[in-house]
Design a protein around this ligand. Structure first.
Ligand code: ZN
Length: 111
């Protein structure tokens, strides 16, 4: 079964083309303050991960939930929710794909 992979919105420096996760105000490479929207494919791998069992009040009804820092192309990293299926386990280096974005942020699943 093939699923569609969601794109991730990023910011592209108009000075040098370097990509950043938003929001960004000054380019760390060239000092430019001008950016334009860009998207990258939501495919990456788990850089580090954790499972939240005690959450801020707004998220208490969702525990336990899974968070990972996902390493994306272009040296970008993103904190995202991981939608784990029964029996699945997060591991560093595990490939993940972005499946959706909602008001808590981007969601990935194991590939
Ligand atoms: Zn730049």
């Amino acid at each position: 079964m093939s699923r569609s992979v969601e794109n991730i919105s990023v910011e592209k420096c108009k000075g040098c083309g370097k990509l950043f996760m938003s929001p960004v105000y000054v380019c760390s490479a060239c000092g430019s303050e001008e950016f334009e929207p860009e998207v990258i494919e939501g495919e990456g791998k788990i850089y580090t991960h954790t499972t939240i069992r005690i959450a801020p009040e707004a998220f208490m009804d969702q525990v336990p939930y899974h968070l990972a820092i996902v390493e994306l192309p272009h040296n970008l990293r993103l904190t995202a929710r991981i939608d784990l299926k029964e029996g699945e386990k997060m591991e560093i280096g595990r490939p993940v794909s972005c499946i959706r974005k909602d008001d808590v942020g981007y969601w990935f699943e194991l590939r």
